[in-house]
Design a protein. Structure first.
Length: 70
């Protein structure tokens, strides 16, 4: 059985996202796991979650998590 690292990173991002609550301020990092987190966060934002995202660099563009993530 071969382990797909990208799948594991997405699973880790999904687990981290379970801790996010409405109204939180989140530091949005860089890297492949953070990319998954921001994409999954965007889905939650589109479903009504309201958070403030603070990018640690230009890489995690706020547009990836939606207009409410700013």
């Amino acid at each position: 059985m071969q382990v797909n690292m990208d799948d594991l990173k997405r699973q880790a991002a999904a687990r981290a996202l379970e801790q996010v609550r409405d109204g939180m301020k989140l530091g949005l990092g860089t890297g492949s796991t953070a990319k998954h987190f921001v994409e999954l966060l965007g889905m939650r934002v589109r479903d009504g979650l309201s958070v403030v995202g603070v990018p640690t660099s230009e890489a995690p563009a706020p547009t990836r998590c939606g207009a409410a993530c700013r």
